[in-house]
Design a protein around this ligand. Structure first.
Ligand SMILES: Nc1ncnc2c1ncn2[C@@H]1O[C@H](COP(=O)(O)OP(=O)(O)OP(=O)(O)O)[C@@H](O)[C@H]1O
Ligand SMILES: [Mg+2]
Length: 466
C-alpha cells in the first residue's frame, strides 16, 4: 500500500507548519502532506516561521536545520518556550548528526536526513502525532485523577475532619513522610491519594504496596527489583517498585503487617533513599515520598515488639489520624447524600433523597466498617429502592449480617404488623446483646412494654427471647 493513500478522515484538523529555505523541499512537503489532507502552512525561513508562530498554533512543525538568520535549533528553543505542546521534527542534511542530537535534546520528536521519500516522512509524522495524542490523553487522565482524588473528594465537615484537612494542607506540598492511622474504611487510602495528587509530584507515579498480601520473599523483589540470574526464575533484570516510583509517591498499605526482615531493609531506604537490586551491587538512588497506612495502633505494635521502633520513628514524621465514623456522626448526612448522588448516577436511578426516618436510622448505626460500610449500605439501598426516596426498609433490605447470610427480612406486603414488630424487637435486642434497657431506648418504648412483648412472644408463639 502506498503510504500517502492512507488518508485519515480526521487529518484535516491536524495543523502542520513546514519551514525550509529550499523551495524544492517546501513544494515537495506541501504536496505530500496536502495529499494526506493535513492543513499545511509554509514558512520560507526561521524568521518568517517565528512570526507565524506568534499568531498561530500547530500540532507539528517540520523544520530545516540550517537556515540563514534564525536556524532550526533557534526555532526549537522558541517553541519550547512558547508552544511546548507542539511536536517538532528536524530535517537535516547528511553530516550534521551532532546538530540532530542537539535538536533531540531541545525536545524535537525525531530527525530525518535529507533526501527522504514521502513514505519516510509520513511515517515519522504519524509517530509524532501519535506521541502527541498520547501526551494529551495522559494529561486528560491525570486531570481526571486529580479531580477524583482532590481534597474535595474527601467528605467531612466535622471538627475532627477539619483538623485533618488543616494538617493535610500543610504537609501535602512538601515531601515529608506521612503515617495515616485509622480503623478500616475510614478513608486512609483516599487521603494518601489526595496527598499525592495535590502535591508537586502529581505527574509522577503513585505506587501502592499492599504489605499484607505478599509473602516476604516476593515483596522484596517487588520492591527492590532484581538482577538477571539473581534466582532461578530471574531471566531478566527487573526494576522494582522503588525505581518505578522515582520522583513520585509510594504508599505502604497496612505497614504493620510487614515482615520484620523487610522492616529492616525498608528502614535503610527511608534513611538513605538508596538500595541495591536483589543480586546486584550497584547502589540505586531514588527520590520518593513515603506514605504508610495502618489500621492497628503502631505504637502499641512497637511496645509489643511486633514493629521496629526505629522504623516507626522514621514513618511517624507526620501523623494523620482518621477518626471512626461513629465519632463524627455529624458527617453521616453529608456522606450519605454524597453516596446517594454517586450511586443513583451509576445505576441510572432517580433516587434523590433519604427520608427522615431512614436518616435517623443511619445516624444511630455504629458503623464498625466506617465510611466504606455506609457507602455499601447506600449503594444497596439505591439498587433496591423502588421510589425516589430511601426509606428504612430499603436500608434494611438485603442487609448482610456479620456471618454474611442474608437476614430473614419480613415480606412487605405479606407480613402482619405484629410479626413486623416482633422482628424489629428481636433484631434490636440482638444488636444490643440482649441489653433490654438499651433496646427499649432505641425502640423508644418503656422497658415494661418491651418485657410484656417478650412475654407475649413466649406465651403465644413459644419463642424464648432473651
Ligand atoms: N471522607 C470520605 N469521603 C468520601 N469517601 C470516603 C471518605 N472516607 C472513605 N471514603 C470511601 O470509603 C471507601 C473506603 O475508603 P479507603 O479505602 O480509603 O479506606 P481505608 O481506611 O484505606 O480502609 P482499609 O483499612 O480497610 O483499607 C472508599 O470507597 C472511599 O472512597
Ligand atoms: Mg486501605
Amino acid at each position: 500500500m502506498e503510504m500517502g493513500a492512507s488518508v485519515n478522515g480526521s487529518n484535516s484538523s491536524v495543523r502542520i507548519l513546514v519551514v525550509d529555505d529550499e523551495e524544492l523541499v517546501r513544494d515537495f512537503l506541501r504536496e505530500a502532506l496536502t495529499r494526506r489532507s493535513y492543513h499545511v502552512d509554509i514558512a520560507e525561513d526561521g524568521k518568517h516561521a517565528k512570526n507565524i508562530l506568534k499568531e498561530e498554533t500547530y500540532d507539528l512543525i517540520l523544520t530545516d536545520l540550517k537556515m540563514p538568520g534564525v536556524t532550526g535549533l533557534d526555532l526549537l528553543r522558541f517553541l519550547k518556550a512558547h508552544q511546548p505542546e507542539t511536536q517538532s521534527i528536524m530535517m537535516t542534511a547528511y553530516g550534521s548528526i551532532e546538530n540532530a542530537v542537539e535538536a533531540m535534546r531541545l525536545g524535537a520528536f525525531d530527525y530525518v536526513t535529507k533526501p527522504f521519500t514521502s513514505g519516510e516522512i509520513e511515517l515519522i509524522i504519524d509517530k509524532a502525532l501519535e506521541h502527541k495524542r498520547l501526551i494529551n490523553e495522559n494529561r486528560y487522565l491525570r486531570n481526571e485523577l486529580s479531580d477524583k482524588y482532590g481534597f474535595s473528594s474527601i467528605i467531612g465537615q466535622s471538627k475532627a475532619m477539619q483538623e485533618v484537612f488543616d494538617l493535610l494542607k500543610m504537609v501535602t506540598p512538601n515531601h515529608t513522610t506521612v503515617l495515616i492511622e485509622g480503623e478500616s474504611g475510614t478513608g486512609k487510602e483516599l487521603v494518601a491519594r489526595a496527598i499525592h495528587y495535590n502535591s508537586p509530584r502529581k505527574d509522577k507515579p503513585f505506587i501502592k504496596i499492599n504489605c499484607a498480601s505478599l509473602p516476604e520473599g516476593l515483596i522484596e523483589s517487588e520492591l527492590f527489583g532484581h538482577e538477571k540470574g539473581a534466582y532461578t526464575h530471574a531471566f531478566a533484570r527487573a526494576r522494582g517498585k522503588f525505581e518505578q516510583a522515582d520522583g513520585g509517591t509510594i504508599l505502604f498499605d497496612e505497614i504493620s503487617e510487614m515482615a520484620s526482615g523487610l522492616q529492616a531493609k525498608l528502614l535503610r531506604v527511608l534513611q538513605e533513599r538508596e538500595f541495591e537490586r536483589i543480586g546486584g551491587s550497584e547502589t540505586i538512588q531514588v527520590d520518593i515520598r513515603v506514605i504508610a497506612t495502618t489500621n492497628r495502633n503502631l505504637e502499641e505494635e512497637v511496645e509489643k515488639g511486633r514493629f521496629r521502633k526505629d522504623l516507626y520513628y522514621r514513618l511517624n514524621v507526620i501523623n494523620v489520624h482518621l477518626p471512626p465514623l461513629h465519632r463524627r456522626r455529624e458527617d453521616i448526612p453529608l456522606l450519605a447524600h454524597h453516596f446517594l448522588e454517586r450511586y443513583s448516577k451509576e445505576y441510572s436511578k432517580q433516587v434523590t433523597s433519604i427520608s427522615e426516618e431512614a436518616m435517623s436510622y443511619l445516624l444511630r448505626c455504629d458503623w464498625p466498617g466506617n465510611v466504606r460500610e455506609l457507602a455499601n449500605r447506600i449503594e444497596r439501598s439505591v439498587v433496591l429502592c423502588r421510589n425516589c426516596a430511601i426509606e428504612p426498609c430499603d436500608l434494611l433490605m438485603g442487609n448482610r449480617s456479620q456471618s454474611g447470610a442474608v437476614e430473614d427480612i419480613p415480606q412487605i406486603p405479606g407480613t402482619s404488623l405484629r410479626d413486623f414488630e416482633k422482628w424489629i424487637i428481636v433484631k434490636t435486642l440482638n444488636s444490643q446483646k440482649s441489653n433490654r434497657t438499651k433496646t427499649a431506648k432505641l425502640l423508644d418504648i418503656s422497658i415494661r412494654t418491651l418485657r410484656n412483648k417478650i412475654k407475649e412472644y413466649r406465651d403465644n408463639d413459644g419463642d424464648e427471647i432473651n
